[in-house]
Design a protein around this ligand. Structure first.
Ligand SMILES: [Ca+2]
Ligand SMILES: [Ca+2]
Length: 184
């Protein structure tokens, strides 16, 4: 009996400090939903598939014609496509764009840029922007652009926007775009 009591005492004695400690915090994941939206067909630049720009992006493109569709060959055409957003609050997103140079002359693409946000892309309407091509790029590549939550949410929620607009300059052909969004 004495041994049993001693064992119980030791067991309780060891257990008490642990029981007195605060329970570990319960980690509640806040970004558990992932959605993916592909625009255009992943067909290796085959044929021509229509784009579906938002009204604001269409107006932006029409102000600077001509515009291009998915897979449309040729240079000096401006490309735009939009993603309909189900919510302006996100945990960030990643945009992949399959691109090809419009011609063999390396000069043409050097100055091509992209802008992502809400057309007409005034300063408060921009989530990301940058060059499409950098020195040494092959003729085709997948451009990957991370869209931070803070900038994305500010542009979408602040502007009450339903679309995320993507504009790509004039000497780049686009095969497809894929937007992967993390949601709360
Ligand atoms: Ca250009
Ligand atoms: Ca395509």
């Amino acid at each position: 009996m004495k041994r049993i009591l001693m064992f119980l005492f030791l067991t309780v004695g060891l257990a008490l400090p642990a029981a007195a400690q605060a329970p570990p915090p319960i980690l509640i994941p806040t970004c558990t939903i992932t959605t993916t939206d592909v625009e255009g067909k992943m067909d290796g630049f085959a044929g021509i598939d229509p784009t579906t720009p938002s009204p604001a992006l269409l107006a932006f493109l029409n102000a600077n014609p001509p515009r291009s569709q998915f897979d449309q060959p040729g240079c000096d055409k401006h490309f735009g496509e939009s993603f309909r957003m189900c919510s302006c609050e996100t945990c960030g997103a990643r945009l992949e764009i399959r691109v090809r140079k419009c011609g063999t002359a390396p000069v043409a693409q050097n100055n091509d840029g992209y802008i992502i946000g809400v057309a007409p892309f005034l300063a408060p309407q921009r989530v990301a922007q940058g060059p499409v091509w950098v020195a040494g790029d092959p003729n085709e590549k997948t451009l990957i652009i991370n869209l931070p939550a803070a900038a994305l949410n500010q542009v979408l929620c602040g502007g009450h926007a339903s679309f995320l607009d993507v504009y790509i300059q004039d000497d780049t052909i686009v095969d497809w775009m894929r937007l992967t969004v993390q949601h709360p």
